[in-house]
Design a protein around this ligand. Structure first.
Ligand SMILES: NC(=O)c1ccc[n+]([C@@H]2O[C@H](COP(=O)([O-])OP(=O)(O)OC[C@H]3O[C@@H](n4cnc5c(N)ncnc54)[C@H](OP(=O)(O)O)[C@@H]3O)[C@@H](O)[C@H]2O)c1
Length: 216
């Protein structure tokens, strides 16, 4: 795995992971498709990450992180250039959150139970090696979170074993145990974990938790 990370997405997740990858010694480019946001984005990543367009970040990264709004994920991949993702590991942080408010703290999704956003992305970019990760924890807890020495579990899935191996190594650096939920269809179960994770936040303002898979 190379040390160049291209991040498609300028929101809090993109910014947090950019700083996390810089902290762990990677060369990082974070991307916005709004040129007027570039200076602010550079400042928000402490001037330590290069800033580019979605296309430039996709070309730059040995590993690419997708961190856009779920409804915009397919458009973002097209803007990045599908060919630029060929044979690359793409860490998919996105969730298919609909443009509708939560119902009693329960987010609404635009996908159904027998579908997932990552399956749609994998179909759109069949030569990219998507791995779902970072989707079921808040951005404030994505980089070496402190749970009194307990490592939270990050659920991942994807079709390419080598890509999952690379992402597992990254997640280990970022302080997580990894639970591999199989091929791309595993995203049907992982993406809804975001709904569960957010309920305490919406109902009681509690956002400082993470999932842990216990095994015997
Ligand atoms: N926030 C969290 O704590 C958290 C935790 C886990 C997972 N996630 C998931 O991570 C993803 C990123 O979340 P976020 O909160 O960082 O940011 P966000 O507000 O969901 O997304 C911001 C990014 O989406 C892009 N975008 C928005 N509309 C677009 C469009 N029509 N076409 C192309 N790109 C568009 C923006 O592009 P520009 O840069 O060009 O403006 C920006 O890069 C989401 O899918 C979210 O569900 C979030």
């Amino acid at each position: 795995m190379g040390k160049r990370i291209g991040i498609i997405g300028s929101g809090v997740v993109g910014q947090t992971l950019a700083k996390g990858f810089v902290k762990h010694g990677y060369d990082v480019m974070i991307a916005t498709n709004h040129a007027e946001k570039r200076d602010e984005l550079s400042a928000r990543t402490d001037g330590k990450a290069a800033v580019g367009s979605f296309e430039e970040a996709a070309k730059f990264g040995d590993v690419v992180v997708l961190a856009t709004k779920g409804v915009a994920a397919e458009a973002a991949l097209k803007a990045a250039g599908i060919a630029n993702l060929t044979d690359k590991t793409v860490i998919d942080t996105t969730n298919p959150i609909a443009e509708a408010p939560p119902v009693n703290g329960v987010l609404q999704y635009f996908t159904s139970q027998n579908d997932s956003l990552m399956e749609r992305l994998q179909k759109l970019a069949p030569e990219a090696r998507f791995v779902k990760a970072f989707s079921c924890i808040g951005n404030a807890l994505m980089v070496n979170p402190d749970f009194n020495g307990v490592r939270p579990t990050m659920f991942i899935c994807g079709n390419h074993e080598g890509a999952k191996h690379d992402v597992t190594a990254i997640l280990d650096q970022f302080g997580f145990d990894v639970a591999d939920m199989g091929a791309v269809e595993g995203a049907r179960a992982i993406e809804p974990l975001c709904i569960l994770w957010c309920i305490p936040g919406f109902l009681t303002h509690g956002w400082a938790h993470a999932f842990k898979l216990l095994k015997q």
